[in-house]
Design a protein around this ligand. Structure first.
Ligand SMILES: Cc1cc2nc3c(=O)[nH]c(=O)nc-3n(C[C@H](O)[C@H](O)[C@H](O)COP(=O)(O)O)c2cc1C
Length: 210
């Protein structure tokens, strides 16, 4: 048996809800922490990356995109990209050593699939594995307004053990750019996954005007 420490593995899913910037920021932060990220992107998630961030953020080019936007530190981690159709991928099994999963952003369709344990694709199956193994599952839904089925599906997921962390950036940190908003969401997600971060200033009791 080797005494070498194994890098932490975290699953990250990107689905077809608006907010691709939150996903790439979260991915870059995990990689910069030396995490082995097991990434799975739905068909509409792939489309969202290109539609919202441009062709240079297409899944096939995601590593150079992350390094140019967030710096060379992303090379500290490793990235495995799984097909959403591959229900035999590592993260489809509870015996795999993946410690947590985030779905950023999470569409109402994928939310419904998780709430009802459908496991129709790898995103839903990997999420189901996290729930059955009692490991952290962070779901970042985005829709507005929300239908009653969507609201109920969030309750079902929360009752099953998931953290529902809606894509709702705050404004008390006085964001100036879209990246500031993405930093806030990525910080919330990293915190829910159990990582320390300084992606936004901690609340000090009052809004600090510059
Ligand atoms: C540009 C665009 C934006 C979308 N935004 C959302 C959204 O914010 N929330 C949502 O639930 N669905 C949104 N959708 C619809 C989902 O992409 C669609 O329901 C899809 O089937 C979700 O599949 P997936 O969960 O496998 O990615 C959007 C679709 C497009 C093309």
């Amino acid at each position: 048996m080797s005494g070498k420490a194994r890098a932490q593995s975290v699953a990250l899913a990107i689905t077809g809800a608006s907010g691709a910037l939150y996903a790439v920021r979260t991915l870059a932060e995990l990689l910069a922490r030396g995490v082995n990220v097991e990434l799975v992107v739905s068909d509409y998630g792939r489309r969202l990356l290109r539609d919202e961030l441009g062709e240079e953020a297409a899944l096939e080019k995601i590593v150079p995109y992350l390094s140019s936007k967030y710096g060379a530190g992303v090379a500290d981690g490793s990235l495995v990209v799984h097909s959403n159709r591959d229900l035999g991928a590592t993260i489809a099994s509870g015996s795999h050593h993946c410690t947590a999963m985030a779905i950023v952003p999470c569409s109402m369709k994928t939310l419904a699939g998780i709430a009802h344990g459908l496991s129709r694709n790898l995103v839903e199956r990997a999420a189901d594995v996290m729930l059955k193994e009692r490991r952290p599952l962070v779901v970042v839904p985005r829709e507005t307004p929300m239908s009653l089925p969507a609201l109920r599906n969030m309750v079902l997921c929360a009752e099953a053990g998931a953290t529902i962390l809606p894509a709702m950036p705050a404004f008390y940190q006085l964001p100036k750019t879209l990246d500031d908003l993405a930093d806030f969401m990525a910080g919330k997600i990293l915190g829910a996954l159990g990582f320390e971060h300084d992606l936004y200033p901690a609340w000090t009791g009052r809004v600090k005007m510059m």
